[in-house]
Design a protein around this ligand. Structure first.
Ligand code: HEC
Length: 107
C-alpha cells in the first residue's frame, strides 16, 4: 500500500512554517512551544483541535493562550483559511513531535 502524504502536514509546511519553525522561535514561537502550551491546556484531541482552529481563524488578544508571545512578537495576523483546513492542520500539530524536526525551511 502506498503511504499517502498527510494533508495536514502539507498545509502546515506550506502555510505555517514561514513564521513557526518546528523548534526554533524566530519571528513567532516555535510550533513545539505552541503545541506544548495547547497540549497542557487541552488533553483531549477534540478540544485541542477545536480551540486551535477557532483561534487561528480569528486571532484575538482576549483568547490568546500565549500572552507573552503576543507581547514579544505581536498578535498573529489573521490568515484566509477555512475552518476545515485549520482543523486538518491542528490535527497534524496535535500528533506531531516537533522536537526532532529539522528547521529546514530557514532561509
Ligand atoms: C505571519 C506569521 C505567522 C503565520 C503565517 C502563522 N503564525 Fe501562528 N503565530 C504568529 C505569532 C507572531 C504568534 C505569537 C503571538 C500570538 O499568540 O498571537 C503566533 C501564535 C500562534 C498560536 C498560539 C496562539 C495563542 O493562543 O496565543 C497558534 C495556535 C498558531 N500561531 C498557529 C498557527 C498555524 C496553525 C498557522 C498556519 C495555518 C500559523 N500559526 C501561521 C505568527 C504567524
Amino acid at each position: 500500500m502506498l503511504v499517502q502524504a498527510d494533508e495536514g502536514e502539507l498545509l502546515f509546511q506550506g502555510n505555517c512554517v514561514t513564521c513557526h519553525y518546528p523548534n526554533k522561535s524566530v519571528s513567532a514561537p516555535s510550533m513545539q512551544k505552541v503545541r506544548e502550551t495547547y497540549k497542557t491546556a487541552f488533553k483531549d484531541k477534540k478540544d485541542f483541535v477545536y480551540y486551535m482552529s477557532t483561534w487561528v481563524l480569528h486571532p484575538s488578544h482576549d483568547t490568546a493562550m500565549m500572552s507573552d508571545a503576543v507581547k514579544k512578537y505581536k498578535l498573529m495576523p489573521q490568515l484566509a483559511y477555512e475552518k476545515e483546513v485549520l482543523e486538518e492542520i491542528a490535527s497534524y500539530i496535535y500528533k506531531t513531535d516537533f522536537s526532532k524536526s529539522k528547521n529546514t525551511t530557514l532561509p
